[in-house]
Design a protein around this ligand. Structure first.
Ligand code: ADP
Length: 457
């Protein structure tokens, strides 16, 4: 298949050959007539024909001398070169990697982002295979140069860490190719995270379901008449359905919060009120394990722009974990405070044990200078080993799984806290020393006094 450029080039060549013939034939006829009429001598006529032929030949080879064609002046006067210089300017102005490959297979022009993508210093003038070391992209470049049909090629770059998409289009010159590279890494990671999430969620749901199905089979088959063992089976079945209920409710919370994460809350609430009411509701759970659950620093005049239910869920998840992972007779302390800046709040929220290792699980989006309110939940439980700290808040990440504990959980509680705090432009951090307990801290910007409260959502 011939490209538009190849056809154009062939057409121009035929046109010039025709001009050349017309010029030579008409000049020779004219000079012949002059010689015949005696106006010119034979040798003078012959010399004139030779000079004319040479002139016409120069015209055929190129309309201007080579040095003249390469000069910037000639670039301006030639439409094709003006187009080429526009392509060069465009490439340098583009905010993503782009290059233009000439018909000789060399990089005619490339922008700074190309050097970063392919980790090379010099691009212009180099052979395309030296710069673009991606076999699939190189093969596509050849095809586009040949056929003129645009193509898109995906490839992994930067040691397989990044996914890029090359968009190849025929350039303005014959057999030239224009390539723009699009970074698809974020989209690729999000797709992988979604696939992992679905796989994990299905796995977590299948485990209790398989157990339930197994017990039903046993009760209908071998243990049909063994009514005494039924109580034990029913107890386990009850636990498994409970586990499924928790999982489904956590999954629903997570998807609801993710859905609204980019919409900032617009209600002003008193942080102390949410805190005290949620902690009161958790007292019976603490009493069941003889854990002393106390609140300090409670203040009712600290306002935050927040969603009541979501902040209540943050407190419930953090205090719930502290109660769950602390041994019987332990201590859980919930502290509330304010600070002149978000930076200070981040430290205050996890400063209970000076020897603890600290990890920030969510950096706040709010300005570091904004006045802040913070909540800290500390326990006297087993604590969390240093290597796990930074991974807390990942969906389905459970420390107990690796230490073989039998405490029930979904591994979604902290992920929910993290998403809620992200929606509130706040932060989340953990500090822990093994065997001495753990502290989880959240902080968010305070609602400025004097600013009208937005309408309730
Ligand atoms: P889970 O449903 O498993 O509790 P979370 O997301 O709430 O899920 O917590 C993730 C993991 O972090 C837990 O499995 C647990 O290993 C660890 N963890 C959370 N809070 C505490 C705590 N207060 N003390 C010790 N370990 C904790």
């Amino acid at each position: 298949m011939q490209t538009a450029h190849t056809k154009q080039k062939a057409y121009r060549r035929t046109e010039r050959a025709r001009d050349f013939l017309v010029l030579v034939v008409s000049a020779s006829t004219l000079l012949g007539l002059l010689v015949l009429s005696g106006a010119l001598g034979f040798f003078e006529g012959l010399t004139a024909v030779i000079v004319l032929c040479l002139g016409a030949l120069a015209y055929f080879v190129g309309s201007a001398p080579p040095d003249m064609r390469d000069s910037p002046l000639a670039l301006e006067s030639n439409g094709e070169d003006t187009l080429k210089s526009s392509v060069r300017s465009l490439i340098h102005a583009l905010p993503f990697p782009a290059c233009y490959i000439s018909d000789e297979g060399r990089i005619d022009s490339a922008n700074q982002r190309i050097t970063e993508l392919f980790r090379i210093k010099q691009t212009e003038g180099a052979l395309k295979s030296v710069i673009i070391r991606q076999p699939d992209v190189l093969a596509a470049t050849d095809r586009v140069a040949r056929t003129g049909a645009s193509e898109r090629v995906e490839f992994m770059a930067v040691d397989g860490d990044e996914l890029w998409l090359a968009h190849l289009t025929a350039g303005p010159e014959p057999e030239s190719v224009f390539i723009v590279f699009e970074d698809r890494t974020a989209v690729h990671r999000a797709e992988r995270a979604r696939a992992d999430f679905l796989a994990n969620a299905s796995h977590e749901l299948r485990t209790p379901l398989t157990a339930l199905a197994g017990f039903i089979e046993t009760m209908r088959g071998p243990a049909r008449d063994d009514r005494e063992s039924w109580d034990g089976f029913l107890e386990i079945m009850h636990k498994q359905t409970d586990r499924m209920r928790h999982l489904v409710s956590d999954l629903l919370s997570l998807s609801r919060i993710e859905f609204s994460e980019h919409r900032a809350p617009d209600t002003v609430i008193a942080l102390g009120d949410v805190l005290s009411q949620t902690v009161i509701a958790l007292q019976p759970l603490a009493a069941e394990k003889s854990i002393q659950l106390s609140v300090s620093g409670l203040s009712t005049d600290v306002s935050v722009t927040a969603k009541w239910d979501e902040i209540a869920q943050v407190v419930q998840n953090l205090v719930g974990n502290a109660l769950k992972y602390s041994p019987k007779g332990g201590r859980v302390t919930v502290t509330m405070g304010t600070s002149p800046s978000m930076t200070d709040a981040a430290i205050l929220a996890t400063s209970q044990n000076r020897e603890a290792v600290r990890s920030v699980l969510l950096q706040p989006r709010a300005s570091a200078e904004a006045a802040a309110a913070w909540i800290s939940v500390s326990d006297s439980g087993p604590g969390i080993a240093r290597q796990h700290l930074s991974r807390l808040g990942e969906r389905f990440y459970r420390v107990d799984e690796s230490r073989g504990g039998d405490i029930e959980g979904t591994g979604l509680g902290l992920a929910i806290v993290k998403h809620i705090m992200a929606r509130h432009r706040g932060g989340l951090a953990v500090a822990s020393k093994e065997k001495e307990g753990a502290s989880f801290g959240v902080w968010l910007p305070r609602h400025e006094a004097g600013v009208a409260a937005p309408a309730r959502s």
